[in-house]
Design a protein around this ligand. Structure first.
Ligand code: NAD
Ligand code: UFG
Length: 379
């Protein structure tokens, strides 16, 4: 349940990373809620086509989306965006998220995820915009000693990516101590999957997918031959890893509820909420649900465990339910239905389909009124 429904017509939200997977679904939700939404994204892991489709899905509210192609590491460009708009709050998704890449290129991850965030926070501070919703992750629980994970569990980073999340969480806690005017909500997502029910927006990873469902989806459309199942000897129902999969649409409404909470709770301070369903699903259960939705078999190969993986992680959801008035509405059936709907309509994601398998540049074919700026000057 989303705890809003109030008119927000005058409020303007900056969404960093809004062209990406979770950001595009959330930007759409915020437009439908009645906010004006300004997105900054450098298209490092996304493309303009996603934004065109958000505008299309938002109908008459699509005109309230403004986009700047800006890198958060370019402080002057970010400052230009703030000079051009008054923001009531910021939802900060922009970041790199591939665990393996973060191990190979830690400096890239610290520069992009931590420095980018520091630039944003400094500029927010100087413009007096002190309300932030931040994309954290269940990764900060490391290898949890028990499940479900409550928000007060000890925190531990297992890799540089996870450390960037932990650093930013700590920075926000320090910032609030130094300046109590800041209102921050740290949202720890569990495993986001699925797509908008229209099949127009969804996840479009570059290269070989790291995560389970994008990989399954690419096997289903014939881009990969089989799924490697990492480990079948965990102490779980069927021996495969258990995770808390959450529909991306539920994450989108979770952000909407978090923003409402920020606006209505002067003493929110710096508060953490898990966004999950509270239910664990194994790899084999998830594959079976997808097979049912797509009416096809997914070829599997059982492999060794993936280093760093834990056996079972799922969220305690009571805090978000009680304080945000939000609860995930979709189960794995809906997640797999919408994942397959997106995959079957967009087998190559936002790329036009191509027989030769070569990457091609995403195109824009929406023709909608999307205001695009490079952030060098005011729109
Ligand atoms: P995504 O890669 O689809 O979206 C991130 C967006 O940020 C992309 O559009 C990318 O181009 C943009 N970006 C990256 N660095 C930028 C920079 N310096 N300046 C401007 N734009 C930049 O990822 P997502 O799955 O939508 O994740 C969104 C956020 O949620 C990330 O911070 C991620 O770490 C976090 N998160 C994701 C998951 C997940 O499994 N998807 C789980 C937990 C947390
Ligand atoms: N898995 C496979 N085969 C694959 C990919 C994954 O069997 O090809 C298994 C994994 O071993 C695990 C489960 O599927 O048991 C889920 O794996 P994901 O990679 O999809 O998700 P993780 O829980 O490992 O990690 C993801 C993100 C992290 C984030 C975490 C919680 O990659 O960055 O969710 O949000 F922190």
């Amino acid at each position: 349940m989303v705890a809003n429904g109030q008119p927000h017509l005058e409020q303007c939200i900056l969404v960093t990373g809004g062209a990406g997977y979770i950001g595009s679904h959330t930007a759409l939700q915020l437009l439908l809620d009645g906010y004006t939404v300004v997105i900054v994204d450098n298209f490092d892991n996304s493309c303009e086509e996603a934004l065109q489709r958000v505008v299309e899905l938002a109908g008459k509210n699509g005109k309230n989306l403004i986009f700047y192609q800006v890198d958060l590491c370019n402080k002057d460009a970010v400052e230009n965006v703030f000079a051009s708009h008054h923001f009531d709050a910021v939802v900060h998704f922009a970041g790199l998220k591939a665990v393996g890449e973060s191990v190979a290129k830690p400096l890239l991850y610290y520069l992009n995820n931590v420095n980018g965030t520091l630039n944003l926070l400094e500029i927010m501070s100087s413009y007096g915009c002190k309300k932030l919703v931040f994309s954290s992750s269940a990764t900060v629980y490391g290898q949890p000693k028990s499940v479900p994970c409550t928000e007060d569990f000890p925190l531990q980073a297992m890799n540089p990516y996870g450390r960037t999340k932990l650093f930013v969480e700590d920075i926000m806690r320090d910032l609030h101590k130094a300046d109590p005017e800041w209102r921050t909500i740290l949202l720890r997502y569990f495993n986001p999957v699925g797509a908008h029910p229209s099949g127009r927006i969804g996840e479009d990873p570059r290269g070989i997918p790291n995560n389970l469902m994008p990989y399954v989806q690419q096997v289903a459309v014939g881009r990969r031959s089989e799924l490697s199942v990492f480990g079948s000897d965990y102490n779980t129902r069927d021996g495969t890893g258990v995770r808390d999969y959450i529909h991306v649409q539920d994450l989108a409404t979770g952000h909407s509820a978090a923003l409402f909470k920020l606006f209505t709770t002067p003493n929110i301070g710096c508060t953490v909420y898990n966004l999950g369903t509270g239910k664990g699903t194994s790899v084999l259960e998830m594959v079976a649900a997808f097979e049912k939705a797509a009416q096809m078999k997914i070829p599997l190969r059982i492999m060794d465990r993936r280093p760093g993986d834990c056996s079972e992680v799922y969220a305690a959801t009571e805090k978000a339910e009680k304080e945000l008035g939000w609860k995930a509405q979709n189960g794995i059936e809906e997640m797999c239905r919408d994942q397959w709907n997106w995959a079957s309509k967009n087998p190559f994601g936002y790329q036009p389909s191509h027989a030769d398998g070569k990457e091609s540049k995403p195109v824009c074919n929406g023709g909608h009124d999307l205001k695009i700026s490079n952030g060098a000057a005011a729109t």
